[in-house]
Design a protein around this ligand. Structure first.
Ligand code: AHM
Ligand code: MG
Length: 327
């Protein structure tokens, strides 16, 4: 089909700084290589874990490291970013050259799903660079300062979902062209939903507001919510959020008593998971909260800081916030 709009063209027509467009196109090209690596899996001998951990103490998968290297090398050779922060890098990586952007990413989110052939993804955030030789502290900007946010879902189709602050566009990888093409120009998260996503195995650890919210959803038609709810949990944030982008829902990864006992403030990382996904959901008309306030207004204190996450259909996020606000 010749009337399809490729990502590069869509970016050029969007009115954003051409260098930002080129940066996003560069990231997209690297993600096509990640898609190839994920798809080949066992054929390349790249499934399974490495005998080493990242800065958060999580065992790295081979494909975590391959994906990180592909993105880092693409950016180092692009001349379009002056700093990188990644889930798989302990500290920020500076890139000489004076480009005005910082790029943050989770190279392969949900990587526990790789070995079972379930959708995984890449999450990307772009911030303005305050100087040309950034260190960790220069990245600590609230999410509302993001210039672009995107995820790539490596599923039955490889999808790129992107915002630069003017709504959310979806692109599908066309293997014949070797390019992403526009397949959705204004993604919208319905305001209301009857579907929630949470790891219910942590129920015994939940804080009271989360326990009360899920109890009322599960009570269904005869409970206080007066309707039946459905539950889905893929354990790949990209896949769970993409379902919500497509048909609505609420995704919760709250802080809980067990994590608090370990000195944690949730599981998901603010800078390269919660902020970009939060902004994408907001740009599609949804909401993104810790349960006690807007995620994008958090002033970060660390590159790998963790936060509670409640995002998706606006009415349901408000319902969770009301539980936290209740006396
Ligand atoms: P990761 O960045 O180490 O892959 O962890 C993040 C993932 C999310 O994609 C997903 O929502 C969550 O962890 C799943 O957690 P759990 O294993 O507790 O279900
Ligand atoms: Mg990850």
């Amino acid at each position: 089909m010749s009337d399809l709009v490729e990502l590069k063209t869509s970016l050029a027509q969007s009115g954003i700084d051409p260098d930002l467009g080129a940066l996003l196109d560069c990231m997209a090209q690297a993600c096509i290589e990640i898609a190839d690596a994920v798809e080949r899996g066992a054929l390349s001998g790249t499934l399974g874990a490495l005998d080493r951990a990242n800065v958060q103490g999580e065992t790295q998968k081979q494909l975590d490291v391959i994906s990180n290297d592909l993105l880092v090398h693409a950016l180092q050779n692009s001349g379009l970013a002056c700093g990188i922060a990644s889930e798989e890098e302990d500290h920020a990586v500076a890139i000489p050259g004076g480009a005005p952007y910082l790029v943050l990413f989770d190279p392969l989110d949900g990587s526990s799903n790789i070995d079972v052939n379930v959708t995984v993804g890449t999450i990307i955030s772009v911030l303005p660079a305050p100087n040309s030789a950034p260190n960790d502290a220069d990245f600590l900007q609230p999410g509302h300062r993001q210039l672009a946010a995107a995820y790539v879902a490596y599923g039955p189709s490889t999808l790129l979902v992107l915002t630069t602050g003017d709504g959310v566009k979806q692109f599908t990888l066309d293997r014949a062209r070797g390019a992403f093409v526009l397949t959705g120009s204004a993604l919208s998260v319905p305001k209301q939903t009857a579907e929630f996503a949470i790891n219910a195995a942590r129920q015994r650890h939940w804080l009271a507001p989360i326990a009360a919210y899920i109890r009322d959803c599960v009570a269904g038609e005869t409970g206080p919510r007066g309707r039946d709810f459905n539950m889905r949990w893929i354990a790949s944030m990209v896949a769970d959020v993409h379902r919500i982008m497509t048909r609505g829902g609420v995704f919760l990864y709250p802080n809980d008593h067990a994590m608090i006992a370990e000195g944690m403030t949730g599981k998901l990382r603010l800078m390269y998971e919660a902020n970009p996904m939060g902004w994408l959901v907001e740009q599609a008309g949804g909401a993104a909260s810790t349960g006690e306030g807007r995620i994008l207004d958090i002033v970060p204190s660390g590159l790998h800081q963790r936060v509670p996450v409640v995002l998706g259909s606006a009415d349901e996020v408000a319902e969770v916030e009301a539980r936290f606000a209740a006396p």
